[in-house]
Design a protein around this ligand. Sequence first.
Ligand code: ACO
Length: 349
Amino acid sequence: MIRHVSIIGTGSYLPEHIMNNDDLSRLVDTSDEWIRTRTGIGERRISVSMSTSDLAYEAGAAALRNSGLEPEDIDLIICATITPDYFMPSCACMVQDRLGAVNAAAFDLTAACTGMIYGMVTAEQFIKTGMYDNVLVIGAETLSKILDWEDRSTCVLFGDGAGAVVMSGTDRGLKLSATNLESDGSKYELLTCPAIPLDNPCVNTEFIEAETDLNEITGAEMSAQSMIKAAGQSKIRMLGQEVFKYAVRTVTDNIRVLLCKANLDIEDIAYIVPHQANQRIIEQASKTVKIPIDKFFMNLDRYGNTSAASIGIALDELVAGNMLSKGDKVILVGFGGGMTSGAVLLERT
Ligand code: ACO
């Protein structure tokens, strides 16, 4: 028998330190006026002492409290992040330990800003098959550590934070009614942050340093070469205008696909919670799919783009603000590096 899957608790955590646009204008050649008109962002939270796992723990603990479950009830913890404390151990294992979720399996997932959506859909599969009953999904980022604070085209956009949901095999709460995931790896260069480069005694440094004809080398060698050249540059690089176009197209596509899967019209939807990247992206999507802008929930003016955390934080604000009534339907829609995109339709039961 297919099981229902619902979100039964939400939580979020934002670091205390606020960095506003004027603070940024003292670091790079920018202004409050430019940032607000191009992005809608007024300020963002920046962590001064907490790591990603600290933020993830706080958001996860809040979601767990709000779900009414005990740590021992959690069967799986998924943490979506592109800014973990370590490559190993996973952020999810660190959270498991601090929560005392002794019965949980735990792993991290990478889908950049679509991480929360990928996490929820992954959790849904474990619950639907009956393998697990209760899954904690967290999106957490300290993007401030991978920003180039001299690059005004990226450092003004992002912030730190964490959002979380507890999902269970029940139709009580925010029931998942339809989902969609997409990826387009051919566009991976639009948003990048290199990991550590290939470094071992067998690496042919002469080859790497030589002015090689890129047409004569294999894909694998090309990849090694570009990775080594990127050594020590684990910073976000972005082709902003291309990302903008991808974002508008995939937000609108994902909304249409979900409505079609659920056999609903846009009038049936109470709120859309988009990934909080940029107000202009959301305004453009609202025009394209002809959805009034006030149906889009936005808090990016206060937090900027918190990548995998943004949808969880926004959903928690929607729930904590008692903005949802029985029967309300909500679409969560994300897009991000990879490139990736996806959406989840929720119904308040
Ligand atoms: N302050 C002042 N001027 C700036 C700034 C800044 N912070 N950043 C760029 N500029 C300048 C540029 O240097 C350029 O100057 P020039 O004309 O002298 O060369 C000028 O502003 C225009 O630059 P554009 O890149 O054309 O500006 P655009 O209108 O495209 O806005 C922006 C840039 C806001 C980044 C836009 O492209 C965008 O929103 N893209 C999507 C970004 C995004 O959402 N990324 C994350 C999504 S996925 C994820 O979350 C990981």
